[in-house]
Unconditional design. Sequence first.
Length: 147
Amino acid sequence: MDEFIKLLDRNLDYISHEIIDNTIYIEVISNRESVSCKYCSTPSTKVHSHYNRSFQDLPIQGKKVEIILKNRKMFCLNPNCEKKTFAETFDFLSYKAKKTNRLENQIVNISINVSSLAAEQILRNSIVNVGKSTICNLLKKRNTNYK
Ligand SMILES: [Zn+2]
């Protein structure tokens, strides 16, 4: 399972997983030694706390995937920085997103040539539980000529 997680991001380590019905829940944690403050770019190795951040990713073996990241909140070590702490971020996941970028790409690729209702059905079958409005928002965000 660690290899699957490394395909998403080399900075993630697999902790455990559980299969419930049609979904695999995978717990992961960052393995970066230091994280740069997103406000002042100073590297930090001092962990403030962990909190769970969950999001959906591409299916594995026909099962939907929900990843639970033990996300780290770090102390900023720069005394002149306006922030005392900051959350670790990753390239595969946008700010506050509930789906990985690669999953969003797949939703757009599937939805682009069919009606949003048909797309919802195809996606719900084996890829991700997603509603029509989310599909439409993603298509709009990608600036496609979707009607
Ligand atoms: Zn800082």
